[in-house]
Ligand binder design. Structure first.
Ligand code: PLP
Length: 430
């Protein structure tokens, strides 16, 4: 695609955009002056689908009119509600239906997965993570290491970008695995890094990690609903994700979890159990012995929050009609167009730390603005642009193919250039 620098080009792209009408399926937050904002923050909290209210109202209606019988009656009996969403969820992450389960929240699921898949021994006890890593993941793995009586100072390995680079090279991960693999029990990566937006080459990493008998877990917080995933075919061991970022299921939404089919009958794995992970055939007999449901569902503990599932159901129905392929196609266009305009902004203070290869990133470009502080972000907010700031000086900008427009990308770059060149520009801001 050949991009152009004039606004008419963006207008033409919007007019030709096959996904343009999907914007109407979301509420777009407004600025203080009542205008639609430029919302580039979907990687932090996705927007509310217009249909969410109806889906939730249905559940409320069932509860109002049927009471406990809503578990078994009505249009969407609650007892099957979670299972009914699995095929749609599975298509987003490239899994078989039985490999996914919707439960809890991300960090909780990460712990539950590590209970089963992080089994350190005196020779094989290390966990490899990427750096910079999202703090919750670091806290979770550190506490698991300590829980098993090991020292995080030795057992926690972090792979970093090379000096002067911002992203991690696949070859560096591979050679670290070759060097340390014998002592590594678990490789845990954010499939898309939360700060840089780097989409790791998962297949290569899984192959090398498995060659050294390491388990591979993925945190898909910034990947699910953003980039094409093939968890089953890649042979990933487990994965966890939240549904409130790219998947638009609302603040604190119920989360997702993947366990590869090869563990479907691994009932000898240690796991923390609760009645909802029990086989449906015997779950309600209230017996004293736990009989796990095969596959991912066997990791459930409690009956799920149906109100949260209802919001997720509304969002998944939108994903179903678009499909990840069309989403990815528009996402790459939007994202490369943003990069094209930034490259030509002729302001050398602006650069981005995301891979330049479109295959190694999702929606997000992480801008690094030299010598700047959060004042730039505040100015952007004042101009009706919502994106977010991560220390030390990264502005995450994520145009979403479901609800953002090419003209918004154009306007964003113009606004940013204006802010940086205005009299209250950077030297005064810094
Ligand atoms: C957003 C995010 C989380 C959030 O964890 P919760 O348990 O949902 O609060 C965890 N890890 C990563 C990488 C994230 O981006």
């Amino acid at each position: 695609m050949k991009y152009r620098q004039d606004r008419e080009f963006a207008e033409q792209m919007d007019a030709l955009d096959p996904l343009a009408s999907y914007r109407n399926k979301f509420y777009i937050p407004q600025t203080t002056s009542g205008q639609e904002s430029i919302y580039f923050c979907g990687q932090s909290l996705g927007l509310q689908p217009v249909t969410v209210q109806d889906y939730i109202e249905q559940v409320l209606h069932g509860w109002r009119t049927l009471g406990f019988q809503g578990h078994f009656r009505g249009n969407s009996p609650w007892i099957f509600y979670s299972d009914s969403l699995k095929p749609k969820m599975a298509r987003i992450v490239g899994a078989r239906e039985s490999e996914v389960v919707i439960m809890n929240t991300l960090t909780v699921n990460l712990h539950l997965m590590m209970v089963s898949f992080y089994q350190p021994t005196p020779h094989k006890y290390k966990i490899l993570i990427e750096s910079p890593v999202f703090p919750s993941d670091r806290y979770a793995v550190t506490s698991q290491i300590q829980f098993h009586g090991y020292d995080p100072a030795i057992a926690l390995l972090e792979i970093q970008p090379r000096e002067g680079e911002t992203c991690i090279r696949t070859e560096d991960i591979e050679s670290l695995l070759d060097k340390e693999g014998a002592s590594i029990a678990l490789v845990l990566l954010g499939a898309v890094n939360y700060l840089t937006g780097q989409f790791f080459e998962i297949q290569k990493i899984v192959d090398r990690a498995h060659f050294h008998d390491c388990i591979v877990g993925l945190d898909l917080a910034h990947a699910a609903g953003n980039v094409p995933l093939a968890l089953h075919d890649w042979n990933v061991d487990f994965a966890v994700w939240c549904n409130y970022k790219y998947i638009n299921a609302g603040p604190g939404a119920i989360a997702g979890c993947f366990v590869h089919e090869k563990y479907a009958e691994s009932f000898d794995l240690p796991r923390l159990t609760g009645w909802w992970g029990g086989d449906v055939k015997t779950r309600f007999l209230m017996g004293s012995d736990f009989q796990p449901t095969p596959a991912a569902s066997g990791w459930q503990m409690s009956n799920p929050d149906i109100l949260s599932l209802a919001a997720l159901a509304a969002s998944l129905d939108i994903f179903e009609t678009v499909g990840m392929e069309r989403l990815r196609a528009k996402s790459q266009q939007l994202n490369s167009y943003l990069e094209f305009l930034l490259d030509r902004a002729s302001d050398e203070r602006i650069s981005h730390i995301t891979p330049r290869d479109p295959e190694q990133r999702g929606c997000q470009l992480s801008l690094s603005i030299k010598d700047s502080d959060t004042t730039v972000l505040e100015k952007l907010n004042e101009c009706g642009v919502f994106c977010d700031w991560r220390e030390p000086n990264v502005i995450r900008v994520a145009p979403m193919p479901l609800f953002n427009r090419y003209t918004e990308v154009f306007d964003f770059v113009e606004i940013l250039k204006d802010i940086l060149s205005s009299s209250t520009g950077l030297t005064q801001l810094a």
